[in-house]
Write a protein that binds this ligand. Structure first.
Ligand SMILES: [Fe+2]
Length: 456
């Protein structure tokens, strides 16, 4: 967490002490105040990154204090976390109504306060450091706006009119555009129209500066995609608050979108697991194979320094690597003896079938390509595409090792599973021809730690 300066306001000394004790290990500097008046004084004297306030206090209540912070231009940007023993739905709603950024019941403080602070601070960091492209032909307004927005922590780029904005927008890559309407060459109307036609800028938040008489035009522009208006002459503090609010709503939508994707992915993985179980139920000898391959693949990925996200993708790819066998006929899949050439050709299709089955899923292309490459060989003699060396996705190369190792050590209808040592020798002989040397090394490193672990 970024080193922060936090003001804690509570009339209970023990509560102040407890919150301080929670925040200090996170490297947060804290200042305490025993009522809202003291809190207001502290805010006038010093810059704070966050305020944590109790609700029920003598004199000014925590909610009134929060409202004061949010309505005062000097402090409105400071996030407020309400920490209260009042935690009914109505209490929480009242907290948000006065502008609180988070509401944490005191009984949950131990567990929830730090995550809430992190989330509120991340949101603020997200909102700050954003680039705003100001499109305005008046040098005076350009100057005042630039100054005000920069003071509030935004990066500001200037354009003298709509044409100038269109010329530089790709380089500037703004997070929000603030534009005047009446300008030479390309005016604000035309600028908005051209931006909203462009896929890249269709969802760019746009704030239009206009005069009061422009109401019909405002309505039309909102319909076309403009996010908000600010009426001239405006005070820069109001502009800052408006922009912070828009970017923070945008952040909220992004968070919601991310949560939706995570939910969707969980659902997808759940459905895939059911499919795998259905597949493995056909053949008692391969039941549990996908799980074993997944476990070993993850271990190899860890040895290779995979991040959590990379491990998640590896996990999905490994668990569905043989899903395409759903399309393989029973008399071939379950045949106890050696396969004929045609039967082998038929079984080979499982690497491609998995892609066909799961093609409709969003955002899975890398996983499917990786899963379908688990029978490619380092020397280029594998299938389905005869890929060679690093042409084979790393995840596919990992699954290849885990797949062969599990197959060798598991029982089959026509033979018992091999001892681990023998299977490891076979993998070792295949490194450089069948298997990727880097993945092979990671596999042996993992197996060594596993053996050590077993002995101790
Ligand atoms: Fe396979």
């Amino acid at each position: 967490m970024k080193k922060a300066n936090v003001l804690i306001v509570d009339d209970s000394r023990s509560a102040l002490f407890a919150v301080k004790a929670l925040l200090s290990p996170a490297g947060i500097r804290t200042v305490t105040a025993s009522d809202a008046l003291q809190g207001q004084e502290a805010l006038k004297k010093e810059q704070f990154d966050l305020v944590i306030t109790d609700v029920d206090m003598p004199g000014i209540s925590g909610l009134e204090f929060c409202q004061w912070i949010k309505s005062n231009p000097e402090t409105s940007h400071i996030p407020v976390v309400v920490l209260s023993s009042l935690d009914s739905d109505v209490d929480i709603e009242n907290g948000f109504r006065v502008g609180a950024d988070a509401y944490v019941p005191k009984r949950l403080a131990n567990k929830e306060l730090i995550p809430h602070i992190e989330s509120v601070m991340n949101k603020c960091t997200f909102v700050k450091n954003k680039t705003i492209l100001v499109v305005e032909d008046s040098k005076t307004i350009q100057m005042v706006t630039k100054q005000g927005l920069e003071d509030a922590g935004f990066n500001v780029e200037l354009a003298d009119d709509g044409q100038h904005a269109l010329d530089i927008i790709d380089d500037v890559s703004p997070d929000l555009l603030l534009t005047d309407i009446k300008m030479p060459r390309v005016d604000g109307n035309e600028l908005c129209r051209r931006l909203f036609k462009n896929d890249k800028y269709r969802f760019l938040p746009v704030v239009v500066m206009s005069s009061l008489g422009d109401k019909p035009m405002m309505r039309r522009l909102i319909r076309e995609g403009v996010t908000a208006f600010i009426v001239k002459p405006f005070n820069v503090d109001l502009l800052v608050v408006t922009i912070e609010k828009l970017l923070s709503d945008h952040f909220q939508r992004m968070l919601e979108e991310r949560e939706r994707l995570v939910r969707e992915q969980k659902l997808t993985v759940g459905s895939i697991t059911s499919l795998i179980n259905a597949l493995e139920a056909r053949d008692k000898y391969t039941s549990g194979h996908s799980q074993a391959v997944t476990r070993l693949s993850i271990a190899i990925g860890r040895e290779l320094g995979f991040t959590d996200t990379e491990t998640d993708r590896l996990q999905i790819a490994a668990s569905l690597h043989d899903l395409g066998k759903i399309g393989v006929r029973d008399n071939v899949l379950l045949k106890p003896g050696k396969l004929t050439k045609d039967e082998f050709e038929h079984i080979k299709t499982h690497t491609v079938v998995v892609q066909d089955i799961l093609k409709p899923l969003h955002d899975m292309e890398d996983v499917l390509i990786a899963a379908s490459s688990h029978h490619e060989r380092w020397d280029g003699t594998g299938y389905p595409n005869g890929l060679k060396g690093e042409e084979i996705p790393l995840v596919g190369r990992i699954i290849a090792v885990a797949d062969v190792f599990d197959a060798l050590t598991s029982d089959r209808p026509y033979r018992d599973g091999m001892p681990m040592e023998k299977a490891m020798n076979i993998i070792s002989e295949g490194v450089g021809s069948h298997f990727c040397p880097t993945v092979g090394a990671a596999f042996f490193k993992y197996m060594k730690t596993l053996k050590k672990g077993n002995l101790s």
